[in-house]
Write a protein that binds this ligand. Structure first.
Ligand SMILES: *Cc1c(COP(=O)(O)O)cnc(C)c1O
Length: 410
């Protein structure tokens, strides 16, 4: 397998496992070993692997029409736009192929909005710890020096304030009359599973109204049921002006969307934005089917129930673990924060527990199980994570701590 990797750019720190088949929350590698998937391709395969309805739709549409181009009307694109707008209360959609592209679309809307208000150098307010993608502009909006290092000069036009801190937003408003929009994740995923408070989001909405800023929500990870609501902003009872989606929208088939309402809905005119593949019949039909299944199987509600079960289970199982400093989440976005870097747990979880997890921001174990998990699988995730952490506690720094405790006691 090493040989196959040798002609790939070294952009990823990959685990030495290759999966060949999946079903729901289960995966099998080349040797036929079974794994439990607690990350769903990083919040992508919310309906689980190899969903039969998705497989049928892909095959059927592939046999009819894959691509024509946005030079022409595309029926499935129009249907998907209508579906998403009905679901969100937004008015118009633009389709692309990834999260970063969806955010780039949002940035272009913000700039048009600014120029329309005669702001010559419009700025977008972004957050500490944010993640918005890997293109140059989304990287500039992202707050991760490790991701940004070596890629300057990054595009300008972003101003950063700490996350979940309304005072900092007020201060920025006073100091910077050229702000035209705010971009925020309702729950930061890559940032370590940080949940913005509902009050903060409501106050942010009010400030946007007061200053004529667009409230732009990056719902690429939080959207489509993940947090226990269809969208993360619903927990705060607010509505954005612009929102971006991707990840779970195609359940693994690439698609991104930028939705807008009010003044933001009609900013583009023909020729100002575009995408060759964006909104093709196959991707849009798959996304319509994803929405059908999520609604039919009440997956947002399932995520709320299962997420509560996962959080409670982890809190119980890890209550006296010496290295766990916090367990937090919303729906099926759950983070376990440790008091030390723990990247090696990803490989240990695979090898020893046959469990897929991710570690973000060096110290946070991130769990994003498919929304189609059953209760037994959620409990199984808890058991495997607890076993993983008890193994690492007896091998790692916790050993010293535990030993110190014992010494102190004797
Ligand atoms: C994954 C993600 C992105 C980037 O999506 P890509 O499809 O990888 O470009 C942007 N924002 C958030 C919040 C994400 O989780």
């Amino acid at each position: 397998m090493q040989a196959a990797i040798s002609h790939l750019m070294d952009a990823y720190a990959r685990q030495p496992v290759s999966f060949v088949r999946g079903s729901g929350a289960r995966l099998w590698d080349e040797q036929g070993v079974e794994y439990l998937d607690a990350i769903a391709g990083v919040a992508v395969t919310s309906l689980g692997h190899a969903h039969p309805d998705i497989a049928v739709v892909i095959a059927e549409q592939a046999g009819m029409l894959l691509h024509t181009s946005n030079v022409f009307r595309i029926d499935w694109q129009e249907r998907l736009g209508e579906r998403l707008c009905a679901l969100t209360g937004m008015q118009n959609a633009f389709f692309c192929n990834s999260g970063a592209e969806a955010n780039e679309t949002a940035f272009k809307l913000a700039r048009l909005h600014g120029h329309r208000k005669q702001v010559a150098r419009p700025k977008i307010l972004v957050m500490g710890n944010a993640f918005h993608g890997r293109t140059l502009a989304t990287l500039a909006a992202t707050d991760n020096p490790a991701n940004q290092h070596g890629f300057g000069p990054l595009p300008e036009g972003f101003l950063r304030v700490p996350y979940d801190d309304i005072g900092a937003v007020r201060q920025a408003a006073e100091q910077s009359p050229d702000i035209v929009a705010v971009l925020i994740e309702p729950v930061q995923g890559e940032g370590g599973i940080r949940v913005a408070s509902a009050d903060y989001l409501r106050e942010l909405r009010a400030l946007c109204d007061q200053h004529g800023w667009l409230l732009m929500l990056d719902e690429i990870q939080t959207g489509l049921g993940r947090t226990g609501n269809w969208f993360g902003y619903q927990h705060a009872g607010i509505a954005p002006d612009v929102m971006t989606l991707a990840k779970a929208l195609g359940n693994g088939f690439p698609i991104g969307a930028c939705l807008a309402r009010g003044t933001a809905a009609d900013l583009f005119s023909p020729g100002q934005h575009g995408s060759t593949f964006g909104g093709n019949p196959l991707a849009c039909r798959v996304a319509c089917t994803v929405l059908d299944i999520m609604a039919r199987d009440k997956l947002p509600e399932r995520a709320a129930v299962l997420g509560a079960r996962l959080l409670a289970g982890l809190r119980k199982a890890l209550s006296d673990h010496p290295n766990v400093t916090a367990i937090r989440g919303q729906g099926l976005m759950v983070g376990i924060e440790l008091d030390q870097p723990c990247k090696e747990l990803v490989g240990q979880a695979l090898e020893e527990q046959r469990l897929l997890i991710t570690v973000t921001r060096d110290t946070v174990i991130r769990l994003l199980p498919p929304l189609v998990c059953d209760e037994l699988q959620i409990d199984d995730i808890v058991v495997r994570v607890a076993r993983l952490l008890s193994a690492s506690a007896t091998n790692g720094a916790a050993t010293d701590e535990a030993a110190a405790h014992m010494e102190a006691a004797t």
